[in-house]
Design a protein around this ligand. Structure first.
Ligand code: ADP
Ligand code: MG
Length: 562
C-alpha cells in the first residue's frame, strides 16, 4: 500500500510561492530588487488598495529580449548565477530565480520589456502559473511588471492580508529602506493618484536621509567611516548624547542588502553604552561591506537574513568602526548613572498576577486578626528603577515606570470616557518632519489622534505643524509623544488603536527607569497602584511587580514562621 503521493505541479508551485510571497510588500520587494539588479536609474511603483489589487513596477534598466522574457517565469531561471562558485559570492540582490515564477503562480501578471528600443519589445501575460499570451509591442528600453489580484487563487492567503492602508504602510516603510540603500536611484511611489514617495536621485546618503526624514534628523547624526582587514563600515549614526526615543531609525545594510540581525543591535548597544541621554536609543544608517565569501545570503527565500562566516569579527568591526567615529564627542558616561537591568527575572520570584492578593481586600485580616494596612509600605528605591515595598504578604519589587504607565493609562481611559483628553495650544508652532510611512499613518488616524489631543496642520510636503497637544507635555515632550504615537500606530501591532494611543501617551508621560523619586512620589505611586483592580501588567503587557513571599523569606533564612 502506498500513502505517499506526488503533489500536482500546480499545487507544488503554490506552496513554493507562499515561501517567497507573503503579502503585497513581498511583491514590491522582489520587483524592485530585479529592477535594481538590472541597473535601473529610475523606478516607478504604482499601487492600488495597498498593493492587493495592483503592484506595477516600471524601470529603465537593461530589459530583456524575447527568449529571456519567456524564460524568466520558469522556476530556478536566473541570469545572476551560473554555478556553485557563483553562489558563494553573490553580488546581486536576487539569485534564486524564483521570484517571478512565484508571483506568477499566485496572481495575474503582465510583463512588458525591451532590451533595445530599435527592436520590438515583448509583452507576456501569465495567470496562476499558466502562460496566457505573448505579443510584440513597442516599448522603451526597460521593464514593467504588473501584478494584479494577488492570491486570487489562494483565498485562504488572501483573507489573511491586512487592510489596504496597513499593507500600504508596510510598503512605505520598506521603500524607505530601499531608498536609503540606493541614493543614486530615483524612486517614485504612487498609491492611486496619491504620491507616497518621490525621491529623485541624490549624491549620497546624507542627502537621502534629508530627503526622507528631514533636517532635524540629519542634524543629529555623524559620519561613520572605518576600514579594517577587508571590512568597511560607512554611513551615519547618532551624535552623542542625542539619540532617538525609539529604535525606529536603525538600518543595516550588508553588501548593499538591507538586513535584520540582532548582531547589529547588540553592536550598536555596545558602542553607544553610556554615551546617550537616558531612555534614548542610537540612530544608525550603516553600510557594511565585506568579502562576498564571508557572508551567506542564501538562508531564507525572502533573502532578508544572512549568515556570517565569522560573526564575532563582524560584531567587533561594527563596534570598533562606531567607536572610532564617535570618539571625540562628549562622553557623558560619568555623569549618567549606569542602569543595571537584570538580564532575566529570577525563576523563583513570583510575578504577581493580581488575583492572589486577596490580603488587600477590605474583609481580609492578617494572621493576627488585625486588618492589614490598605497597601504595602514603601521602603525606598532600588537602582532608581524599582520601588521596594513591604506588607505582611512579603516584599514587593515594583517597576516604577510600568506601574506609573498603568496608573496613567487607566486614568486617561476614564477621562476619555467622559469626553476628550485635556489639551493645550502650542504657543509657538511645533514643526515636525514626517517620514513617508508616518505621513500615511497620520492621514489614516487623524480622528483618533484628534480625540487624544493632537491637532495637526499640513504645511506641504511631509512637514506638519502641531497646533494642540495633550495637556501632559511641554513642547519638546509633545513632539516626542506625537512621533511615538505615529510609530506605534504604524507598527504591526494589533489591538484597539485608541487604547494603543493612550498606552503610548502613558508611556511617554510616566516616570522613567533610572529616575530618582521623592518619597511622596513613591508613596503616591504605590497607593494609586494598589487601588487599581487590574495591576498585574502595564498596558503593553509587561509585568509591573514581583512578590517575594514571606514564606520564601522565612524559608531562605531558616526561620520558623510565627
Ligand atoms: P532572480 O532575481 O533571483 O534571478 P527572478 O525570478 O526575480 O529571479 O528573475 C528572473 C530573471 O528575470 C532575472 O535573473 C533577470 O534575468 C530577469 N529579470 C527579472 N526582472 C527584470 C528586470 N526588471 N529587468 C531585467 N531583467 C529582469
Ligand atoms: Mg529577483
Amino acid at each position: 500500500m502506498t500513502t505517499i503521493r506526488r503533489l500536482p505541479e500546480a499545487l507544488a508551485q503554490k506552496i513554493a510561492a507562499g515561501e517567497v510571497i507573503e503579502r503585497p510588500a513581498s511583491v514590491v520587494k522582489e520587483l524592485v530588487e530585479n529592477a535594481l539588479d538590472a541597473g535601473a536609474a529610475e523606478l516607478r511603483i504604482e499601487l492600488l488598495d495597498g498593493g492587493k489589487s495592483l503592484v506595477r513596477v516600471q524601470d529603465d534598466g537593461r530589459g530583456m529580449g524575447r527568449e529571456d522574457a519567456l524564460l524568466c517565469f520558469e522556476r530556478h531561471a536566473t541570469s545572476k548565477i551560473g554555478d556553485e562558485e557563483d553562489l558563494a559570492r553573490i553580488a546581486t540582490l536576487g539569485f534564486r530565480g524564483e521570484a517571478l515564477a512565484s508571483i506568477a503562480a499566485v496572481a495575474r501578471v503582465v510583463l512588458k520589456t525591451s532590451d533595445d528600443a530599435a527592436h520590438p519589445g515583448t509583452a507576456v501575460e501569465q495567470e496562476a502559473g499558466e502562460r496566457r499570451s505573448v505579443s510584440d509591442i513597442s516599448f522603451p528600453r526597460g521593464t514593467s511588471v504588473e501584478v494584479r489580484d494577488l492570491f486570487f487563487n489562494l483565498p485562504a492567503r488572501r483573507k489573511f492580508l491586512r487592510s489596504g492602508s496597513s499593507e500600504l504602510t508596510v510598503i512605505a516603510k520598506q521603500m524607505t529602506v530601499v531608498a536609503l540603500g540606493h541614493p543614486g536611484v530615483r524612486f517614485h511611489v504612487l498609491h492611486g493618484k496619491r504620491e507616497i514617495l518621490n525621491a529623485p536621485a541624490v549624491a549620497g546618503l546624507r542627502e537621502r536621509v534629508f530627503q526622507l526624514f528631514g533636517k532635524s534628523v540629519l542634524d543629529r547624526l555623524v559620519e561613520v567611516s572605518f576600514e579594517e582587514a577587508g571590512y568597511r563600515l560607512g554611513g551615519l549614526a547618532s551624535r552623542p548624547p542625542r539619540g532617538k526615543a525609539d529604535r525606529a531609525h536603525q538600518f543595516f545594510f550588508v553588501n548593499g542588502r538591507p538586513v535584520r540581525d540582532r548582531l547589529f543591535q547588540a553592536a550598536l548597544n555596545q558602542a553607544f553604552r553610556g554615551l546617550l541621554e537616558r531612555d534614548s536609543h542610537p540612530e544608525a544608517f550603516l553600510f557594511l561591506t565585506l568579502p562576498f565569501e564571508d557572508v551567506d545570503v542564501n538562508v531564507h527565500p525572502a533573502k532578508s537574513e544572512v549568515r556570517f562566516k565569522e560573526s564575532q569579527k563582524v560584531f567587533h568591526a561594527v563596534v570598533r568602526g562606531l567607536e572610532a567615529s564617535l570618539r571625540g564627542g562628549p562622553r557623558i558616561k560619568d555623569i549618567i548613572l549606569e542602569r543595571g537591568f537584570p538580564e532575566k527575572r529570577i525563576g523563583t520570584f513570583k510575578v504577581e498576577d493580581g488575583r492572589q492578593d486577596s490580603l488587600f481586600g477590605a474583609r481580609d485580616t492578617g494572621p493576627s486578626g488585625v486588618a492589614e494596612p490598605p497597601f504595602p509600605r514603601v521602603l525606598g528605591q532600588f537602582l532608581m528603577t524599582y520601588l521596594i515595598a513591604t506588607a505582611d504578604t512579603g516584599v514587593y519589587i515594583i517597576d516604577q515606570h510600568n506601574a506609573h504607565e498603568r496608573i496613567l493609562f487607566d486614568r486617561f481611559k476614564e477621562e476619555k470616557s467622559r469626553g476628550r483628553l485635556p489639551r493645550k495650544s502650542a504657543l509657538f508652532p511645533i514643526l515636525v518632519d514626517l517620514s513617508p510611512a508616518q505621513a500615511l499613518v497620520l492621514e489614516e488616524s487623524r480622528e483618533a489622534l484628534d480625540e487624544s489631543g493632537f491637532r495637526v496642520e499640513e504645511m506641504g510636503g511631509r512637514t506638519v505643524v502641531l497646533r494642540e497637544y495633550p495637556d501632559l507635555f511641554g513642547p519638546d515632550g509633545a513632539r516626542e509623544a506625537f512621533l511615538a504615537v505615529l510609530e506605534e500606530m504604524g507598527g504591526d501591532k494589533t489591538g484597539d488603536i485608541r487604547d494603543r494611543i493612550l498606552a503610548t501617551l502613558a508611556c511617554k508621560s510616566a516616570v522613567k527607569a533610572g529616575e530618582p523619586l521623592l518619597r511622596e512620589k513613591m508613596e503616591y505611586l504605590v497607593a494609586e497602584l494598589f487601588r487599581l483592580e487590574n495591576r498585574a501588567l502595564c498596558p503593553h503587557g509587561r509585568p509591573i511587580m514581583i512578590l517575594i513571599e514571606r514564606g520564601q523569606v522565612e524559608k531562605g533564612l531558616k526561620r520558623q514562621p510565627n
